[in-house]
Unconditional design. Sequence first.
Length: 172
Amino acid sequence: MTRRAVCPGSYDPVTAGHVDVLRRAAGLFDEVIVAILHNPAKTGTFTIDERIGYIEDEVADLPGVRVEAFANRLLVDVCTEVGATAIVKGLRGGTDFAYEMPMALMNRHLTGVETLFLPGDPRFEHVSSSLVKEVARFGGDVTGLVSDAVRDALIERLPRPGEVLGDGRPVG
Ligand code: PNS
């Protein structure tokens, strides 16, 4: 029997922490589906196609890994659809644990699908898509935390003089 897992997330954009988890999941399962899903609490920065492309670049050497986006779908339904018996996620620490546990329990409640947590590599403890975007947006160097392609795309999106701040005042 093919052992198949889903690694779900917003991946907006994929970070070095995500890639570490994807690679480790690929070593544990025959097939890994990287599922880009909608998180209602987040607004997107990158398009779905951009996110898919950035992840595909990172996992191109892993034959058992494929990347797909699933619109308007519960994660558990995606797992059923692709025939996955497990969800794999990385855990960076206590805050992640508090955020992930209710989702893991809810997903098990809904269909019985199990969630496996991999301890995040301490080198990427501080790395999240949101923090990387914030740092890059204001000119900080995010080299090594995301691919060079993602870093360059983030630099492209730095606020330009004349762009309006949240309070209506122009930047610069
Ligand atoms: O990378 P994120 O944003 O932490 O990932 C969260 C995500 C996208 C996996 C979660 O929001 C999700 O599963 N969304 C799909 C809809 C769903 O199943 N919601 C109920 C979760 S118990």
